[in-house]
Design a protein around this ligand. Structure first.
Ligand code: NDP
Length: 443
């Protein structure tokens, strides 16, 4: 049995109840075979066995009081996966589906994504099964304060720097930061995605969505295609989706459908950014509200958003949301490029279909790395006690996305898998971490 298969089997045995983690490990490790053939020293050093085992997993109780004076208890967690190239870095997710298997899959992906940015950041992830939907501001604050009252002992600007993810935006980061500062007295960049008045970076809010579009733009230009006039479908309407919409519009494309967890809207005239931003970021309402402003749009529940003819598909909601049947529809309708804004939104069967049908495919760990890259730029600004302008940060973000694309594309070619950005991104991200681990000895 190959080294890779042996490690995958051990991961399955050790983590039998964590299918998302097993899926992520299998996808990454299987694509590393060509790199491992060239580097037999990695097997000797047990790199794969070590890289699939988090350095540290912290599980804790989060008690908080709801508005009726009733005590509620959630489960909090932070998984510090790999610090070979820098402090742990990765978001916090608040969603009822959160359990260690989800956080481990995300933390594992984060190792390679962070490595690809070219910046000195390790991999980590955290969160809770707390559901922020329908909670009052005060309930959110009490939850966040309780969460940080445990988390503070495990994080700092040089150890572990969390950020937002599903259910964690500027409001939650603010409450978490306030509590950290209150307990430790330290005014340091322990979290990213902060408000601009207390150490946040310009363009961080936009970064993942913008970065995704910069990446896809570079990828399609390589095949003589352009965003100008392209028809695009974006799933989700959260942080990543909204700013992908804005950048697509700015570059001359047209977004014809977007969704949330209750349904999707479809408008062949193109979706308006300012209206979507107002509904989702200011009013925090359901996507069906869009029809109040644009009655010609249609609202659909219970059907796939991938059913409309389009050139480019950008899944930006959640893991495993784009399945084989969706991929079949997209291919049949002539979609030529897919960019993952979310983490692992396409199932392995869907990815296989895209690759077999020569649909350009940008894997999440490369295409959505703009968020964490800009978080690392926020860390740099905090350390310098200095801020760059929006244009400066945006220009750095664009350069980083273009470099990630070139690195993944070049690495794929070098290892005999031309045009396979999954293999290219995995190998390029892995090599840097593996070499750092070898250099640092058995730790
Ligand atoms: P948000 O919470 O801001 O938005 C998530 C969006 O996806 C919401 O519109 C939500 O709808 C929708 N959604 C969630 N679950 C489903 C579902 N099962 N079906 C349909 N829609 C769903 O999160 P983000 O935009 O921050 O994150 C989205 C994805 O991008 C995640 O996979 C995240 O890990 C990834 N990512 C985020 C980064 C960032 O900087 N924010 C960086 C890199 C990756 P509803 O409101 O109804 O729940």
């Amino acid at each position: 049995m190959s080294y890779v298969q042996d490690v995958i089997n051990k991961v399955k045995e050790r983590n039998p109840h964590e299918p998302e983690f097993i899926q992520a490990v299998t996808e990454v490790l299987e694509s590393l075979e060509p790199a491992l053939e060239r580097h037999p020293e990695y097997e000797q050093a047990g790199i794969l066995e070590r890289i699939v085992e988090p350095e540290r997993q912290i599980l804790f109780r989060v008690p908080w009081m709801d508005d009726n004076g009733k005590v509620q208890v959630n489960r909090g967690m932070r998984i510090q996966f790999n610090s070979a190239i820098g402090p742990y870095k990765g978001g916090l997710r608040l969603h009822p589906t959160v359990y260690p298997g989800i956080i481990k899959f995300l933390g594992f992906e984060q190792i390679f994504k962070n490595s690809l940015t070219g910046l000195p950041i390790g991999g980590g992830k955290g969160g809770s099964d707390f559901d922020p939907k329908g909670k009052s501001d005060l309930e959110i604050m009490r939850f966040c304060q309780s969460f940080m009252t445990e988390l503070y002992r495990h994080v700092s600007a040089d150890i572990d720097v969390p950020a937002g993810d599903i259910g964690v935006g500027g409001r939650e980061i603010g409450y978490l930061f306030g509590q950290y500062k209150r307990i430790t007295g330290l005014n340091e960049g322990v979290l990213t995605g902060k408000g601009l008045s207390y150490g946040g970076s310009l363009a961080r809010t936009e970064a993942t969505g913008y970065g995704l579009v910069y990446f896809v733009d570079e990828m399609i230009q390589d095949k003589n295609k352009s965003l100008n006039g392209a028809r695009v479908i974006i799933s989700g309407s959260g942080n990543v989706a909204i700013y992908a919409l804005q950048k697509i519009n700015q570059l001359g494309g047209k977004v014809i459908a977007m969704s949330d967890s209750t349904g999707h809207i479809h408008d062949e005239n193109g979706i308006d950014f300012a209206t979507m931003q107002k509904i989702k970021e200011v009013e925090r309402k359901r996507i069906s509200e869009y029809l109040k402003y644009f009655p010609q749009a249609e609202y659909v529940e219970g059907e796939s958003i991938w059913r409309y003819p389009c050139d480019i598909a950008l899944p930006c909601a959640t893991q495993n949301e784009l399945k084989q049947a969706d991929a079949e529809m997209l291919i049949a309708h002539g979609c030529y490029a897919v960019g993952e804004g979310a983490n692992m939104p396409c199932t392995p069967e869907a990815v296989k279909l895209f690759q077999e049908n020569k649909v350009m495919f940008a894997p999440g760990k490369a295409a959505n790395a703009g968020g964490v890259a800009t978080s690392a730029l926020e860390m740099s600004q905090n350390s310098m006690r200095y801020s760059w302008t929006f244009e400066e940060v945006d220009a750095k973000l664009k350069n980083i996305m273009v470099s990630i694309y070139r690195n993944a594309s070049q690495t794929a070619k070098e290892y005999g898998h031309e045009d396979n950005l999954v293999v290219g991104a995995n190998i390029a991200g892995f090599l840097k971490v593996a070499n750092a681990m070898v250099s640092q000895g058995l730790v």
